[in-house]
Write a protein that binds this ligand. Structure first.
Ligand SMILES: [Zn+2]
Length: 428
């Protein structure tokens, strides 16, 4: 555990990236390994990874008693990696081949011009990944099909000036009359399955409001605020330049490193254990608490919701690992006042998720279950916004495909998540 904690604040790995003709980073021949925490020191391990120019995919996933680190090793370093004799398993033989299997981004043809304005867009949206602009169009089309009970919203702007867009849905009580359910997708740019999943949940709420009394009950009880892509700059960058990008695209004076981890930037328990002060690190927390434009935007919206009718449920959607994580991330011993209820709700939500395909999710407080996080969203929303439930969910899978989840898993992942949410909305 000591090893795991110390690794979280490591300096960035030096990475020499190759680009293809379109300017995309090439991952052909990169092999992904899960390294079980080696017995040597963190500094030694860091030096080893740096010498390999390995990509740090998920250096902090894993139970505290079985810490492991997922790294992508470039082809030219594979022989050196073997010589290190680390305890490891191969997750992927060729990351580039996995990315190729993800397929080109599909084209979304908005049907709103072709059919009646009230028609829902097609579910074929969930058969492939799409460009960021198509996500905006799809959201707009969903909203048009439910125009008297929804509106498009924005939560400030990204560093590069994009609106952070979302949708607000309500039921029979009218707009802004109920406690909020507040969802964030894709705060980490490479976690593409998360925006698709929250869009599917949005779709199901809209599609079934009129004819399903259970779903009607959800919208009649809560105002839903759903932001599928809260890190639009990073998301676009994963589609134009580097599929493995995680952070935002913020530049800062005094460093050539780009990007701050928006989910280590929340102004609550910001400078504790579980974030990095190093600008090149994947968990770089920023110069000051809350100093990313994206955090300012989504935090301001959450603050407003908290002040208005309160936040019943907040979920920050992530991948990968298959976890439902309750507070806290900043401390492994602090407990929320409704811990027992959170435990039973998250366990039963996991059971509901398992129903369609048997996918197993692990549940528990973030720090005790997975790793320490400082400046994370669910701690802020729980303690500052006084949300009743402030969670993070890590979607499929457990490492085989990691962030590059094949398109044929978009729909199953979405369906099982919706099963979980139906349980949660009805029982929270
Ligand atoms: Zn994430």
């Amino acid at each position: 555990m000591k090893f795991l904690r110390s690794l979280l604040v490591l300096a960035p790995l030096a990475v020499a990236l190759r680009l293809d003709r379109r300017g995309m980073v090439v991952y052909d021949g990169y092999k992904v390994f899960r390294v079980v925490a080696p017995a040597n020191s963190a500094a030694e391990f860091e030096a080893q990874l740096e010498s390999l120019e390995a990509i740090d995919l998920s250096h902090n996933h894993g139970h505290v008693d079985e810490a492991h680190f997922d790294i992508a090793v470039p082809p030219e370093s594979l022989a050196s990696f073997e010589l290190l004799n680390l305890t490891s398993e191969v997750l992927t033989e060729d990351l580039g081949a996995d990315i190729a299997r993800e397929g080109p981004l599909a084209e979304y043809r908005s049907e709103s011009d072709l059919v009646a304005a009230a028609a829902l867009p097609s579910l074929s949206w969930f058969d492939a990944y799409h460009a960021y602009d198509d996500h905006l169009t799809y959201l707009k089309d969903i909203q048009s099909s439910f125009s008297s009970n929804s509106e498009l919203i924005t939560a400030g702007k990204s560093f590069e000036g994009r609106d952070i867009q979302g949708i607000h849905l309500w039921g029979s009580g009218g707009k802004d009359s109920k406690p909020a359910v507040y969802f964030h997708g894709n705060v980490h740019a490479r976690e593409w399955i998360t925006s698709k999943t929250v869009e599917y949940i949005t779709y199901q709420l809209v599609a079934n409001y009129a004819n399903d009394t259970t779903v009607k009950g959800f919208l009649d009880s809560y105002d839903f605020y759903i932001l599928p892509v809260v890190n639009p700059d990073g998301f676009v960058f994963t589609q134009t330049t580097n599929r493995m990008w995680r952070k935002n695209r913020q530049t800062r004076s005094g460093t050539s490193a780009v990007g701050t981890d928006i989910n280590r930037n929340w102004p609550y328990k910001w400078d504790g254990e579980g974030s990095s002060t190093s600008p090149g690190a994947e968990t770089y927390r920023g110069v000051a608490a809350g100093d990313t434009p994206e955090n300012t935007g989504i935090r301001t919206l959450g603050d407003e919701l908290a002040a208005k009718n309160g936040i019943k449920l907040y979920i920050d959607w992530h991948s990968y690992g298959q976890y439902i994580l309750t507070p806290y991330g900043y401390s492994c011993t602090a407990e929320v006042s409704n811990q027992d209820k959170q435990d039973s709700l998250s366990k039963n939500t996991a059971s509901a998720i398992a129903k369609p395909y048997g996918t197993r999710f692990t549940t528990g407080p973030t720090c005790a279950t997975l790793y320490a996080t400082a400046g994370g969203s669910n701690d802020y929303v729980t303690d500052v916004n006084k949300a009743e439930y402030g969670w993070a969910i890590e979607l499929r899978d457990t490492g085989r495909n990691g962030f590059v989840l094949p398109p044929d898993q978009i729909l199953p992942t979405s369906i099982e998540s919706w099963e979980g949410m139906k349980y949660l909305f009805a029982n929270m």
